[in-house]
Structure formats: structure tokens, C-alpha cells
Design a protein around this ligand. Structure first.
Ligand code: SAM
Ligand code: SF4
Ligand code: SF4
Length: 338
């Protein structure tokens, strides 16, 4: 595999992972991400001409790969709402130097697209599922789908030969009673489940620190019923803290952006659907790349701009969070996709 240039930011973190949002729209209205009262019928979603084309995304991905990116993740909004997504996956999978392409999805459209995505070169999907209780799940996603629709998606993905992981956002008082049932269900199914601490992304989800269930509490809760043992990190910067159910090789993970931040090893850049570069999930400012792509700038010029931005990067929001929970006007999660 060809390795790109290695560039490091101000905290000596290389550029390794690129998350690409392909749409700001979603068929769900998860309360913690796109609450219906804000993302309603009259919400001004991006018009088509403001969204990067597949050619533009591929060109940017190539430039990022030449700067050290080896892993791509497609996200949204709901990425499977983007028409012909397998076509984009196919062109990204042809970029030399890309070692891994993954997709984060709510899963509902996987029965329709899993085979095609796999054939196009997708290797992994992360499916978000916050509860196995139908009523609670519907409450959380704005009444847009039941649990079975997502389980069907998970099954379709596995059958198509995609590696599957599940993400569960845990919100105290909302779905913390689902931690154990989810752990037991996915252990039995031999699918990796990751618990995610509820985060203060964007400005619309009404985040409060007391709605976070700390990673250690989740571990303790599961450990009491289903004993766990820690697994060594595979590489520096691994987002999830991983455990194994004792006596099995089945894993479970925790993503603890709030109580145990991992900024010091954060190698992730993000591109929003309209082509802005964000150097942190919690950034309030993006760097416009779309106009550069559309105004005839050369690859070298755009590459130099991205390089300059990364080299100047100082973000470590989660490490600083507890000292400044009030930050003005952050980018919404549905815009850059987690
Ligand atoms: N629509 C796709 C999905 O839900 O998987 C992809 C985009 S979604 C923004 C990506 C991930 O971010 C999902 O796993 C979702 O649960 C997570 N997420 C959204 N808002 C969050 C929040 N406030 N705290 C923690 N995770 C969040
Ligand atoms: Fe949509 Fe994903 Fe946000 Fe839920 S978390 S509203 S599925 S983008
Ligand atoms: Fe990376 Fe920003 Fe998250 Fe820290 S807060 S891990 S810098 S995205």
C-alpha cells in the first residue's frame, strides 16, 4: 500500500482518518441529533448544487490520501439517502493508499443496498441502534422506524459479507436500561457493540453533563452480569476502549469522549456535505474547500491549503470540555456525521 506524506499538527498528531459526510438529510429525527422541532419540514437543508459531487469527493479523498489518510468513513445525515452511493464507494475504493472504507448508517436501507455496497468495495458498516425496546427506540428516533427495520439491516449487511459493528448512544434516563439487554443480545449474535457517551455535539440537542452515563459505570454494570476483561489497544489513537467477555473472543467497546477524552491521539479530519473541512467534531469553524474545487484551483494548491490547516491544528475540545461547556455555535452532528 502506498503511504502518503506524513504531516503532523501542533500537538504532533498525524492526519490518518477522513470522515466524509455525503448528505445533511436523514430519514430519522433522533432527539439527540436532529430533533424534529428544529429539523422540521421547513428546515433549509442544502440544495443539490451546494453538495459535493462524487467527482469532487473523490478528488478531495485523493488529495487527503496523498497527505497521509489511510482510512475513509462515509457518514451523514443518513448516507444511504444519497443517490447511487455504491458508485462513490467504488471510485473511493480505487484510490491507491486507502486501506479501509467504512460506512456509518442507521441501517434501515441496508436490506436494499448491502450487496451492492459490498460489491463496490465497502468493507465495514457501523449501524447505530440505541435500544431493542421498540417504543423507546421510536421515541428516540422521532417515530421514524422500529427496531426490526434496523435488525433486518444488520442481518442484510452480515449476509452480504460486510463486517458489522453496532453503536449505541447512552443517555441517562432515556435508554440506560437498555445497556444490559443490548450487551446480551449482541454478545449472543457475536457482533461488536460499542457504547457511546452522549456528547454535546451541535447546539440543538439540549446536552447536559448529568445525562451522560460514564464509561466506567457501563463497564461495571455489564461486568457484574457478564464478566469482562480488557483488551490492549491495537494502535495508538484507537477510539474505543475494548473489552472481551471472559472466556470468549467476543468484544464490546466504550467510546468515552466525555469522561475519558482521547484528543491526544485524534487523527481525524471531517468533510461536511457542502465541502467544508473540520479539524474537530466540536469545531465552530470549517474551512471551505468546495469553492476551491469549483474555481479551477490545482491539486497542488488545494493540497497545500489542507496541509497548512492540518499543521496549524490545535483542537482538543473533549479534553477541555469540562472547563468550557458553553461554546458558541458549534457545527451540528447531522452536518458532519460523527
Ligand atoms: N445517520 C447515521 C447513523 O445514525 O449512524 C450516520 C450519521 S450519525 C450523526 C453518526 C453517529 O453519531 C451515530 O452513531 C449517532 O448515534 C451518533 N451521534 C449523533 N449525535 C450524537 C450525540 N449527541 N452524542 C453521541 N453520539 C451521537
Ligand atoms: Fe439521522 Fe444518524 Fe442523526 Fe439519527 S444520529 S438523526 S440517524 S444522522
Ligand atoms: Fe478529536 Fe476534537 Fe474529538 Fe478531541 S474533541 S477527539 S480533537 S474530534
Amino acid at each position: 500500500m502506498m503511504m502518503g506524506l506524513q504531516i503532523a499538527d501542533q500537538l504532533n498528531r498525524p492526519l490518518r482518518d477522513l470522515r466524509i459526510s455525503v448528505t445533511d438529510r436523514c430519514n430519522f429525527r433522533c432527539r439527540y441529533c436532529m430533533p424534529e422541532e428544529i429539523f422540521g419540514l421547513d428546515y433549509p437543508f442544502l440544495p443539490k448544487d451546494k453538495i459535493l459531487t462524487f467527482e469532487e469527493i473523490t478528488r478531495l479523498a485523493e488529495l487527503f490520501v496523498s497527505l497521509g489518510i489511510t482510512k475513509l468513513r462515509i457518514t451523514g445525515g443518513e448516507p444511504l439517502l444519497r443517490k447511487d452511493l455504491p458508485t462513490l464507494i467504488r471510485s473511493l475504493s480505487h484510490i491507491e493508499g486507502v486501506g479501509d472504507i467504512a460506512l456509518t448508517t442507521n441501517g434501515v436501507f441496508l436490506p436494499k443496498y448491502a450487496e451492492e455496497l459490498r460489491a463496490a468495495g465497502l468493507e465495514r458498516v457501523t449501524v447505530s441502534l440505541d435500544s431493542l425496546d421498540d417504543e423507546r427506540f421510536r421515541q428516540m428516533n422521532g417515530g421514524k422506524a422500529g427496531v426490526q427495520a434496523v435488525l433486518d439491516g444488520i442481518q442484510a449487511a452480515a449476509q452480504a459479507g460486510l463486517q458489522v459493528k453496532i453503536n449505541m448512544v447512552v443517555q441517562k434516563g432515556v435508554n440506560d436500561q437498555d445497556i444490559l439487554p443490548m450487551a446480551a443480545y449482541f454478545q449472543e449474535k457475536k457482533i461488536n457493540l460499542r457504547f457511546i457517551e452522549f456528547m454535546d455535539v451541535g447546539n440543538t440537542n439540549g446536552w447536559k453533563l448529568d445525562q451522560v452515563v460514564p464509561k466506567q459505570q457501563i463497564i461495571d454494570l455489564i461486568h457484574e452480569q457478564m464478566p469482562l476483561e480488557p483488551i490492549e489497544a491495537r494502535y495508538k489513537g484507537e477510539v474505543a476502549t475494548r473489552y472481551r467477555y471472559q472466556g470468549t473472543d467476543q468484544e464490546v467497546g466504550m467510546i468515552s469522549s466525555v469522561t475519558d477524552a482521547f484528543c491526544s491521539t485524534c487523527t481525524r479530519a471531517r468533510i461536511s456535505a457542502e465541502g467544508s473541512l473540520y479539524t474537530c467534531l466540536f469545531a465552530s469553524k470549517g474551512y471551505e474547500l468546495r469553492d476551491m474545487l469549483r474555481s479551477g484551483q490545482t491539486d497542488d494548491e488545494i493540497r497545500a491549503y489542507i496541509e497548512r490547516i492540518w499543521r496549524g491544528r490545535t483542537d482538543r475540545y473533549s479534553e477541555e470540555r469540562l472547563s468550557h461547556t458553553q461554546v458558541s455555535s458549534k457545527i451540528e452532528m447531522s452536518h458532519i456525521g460523527g
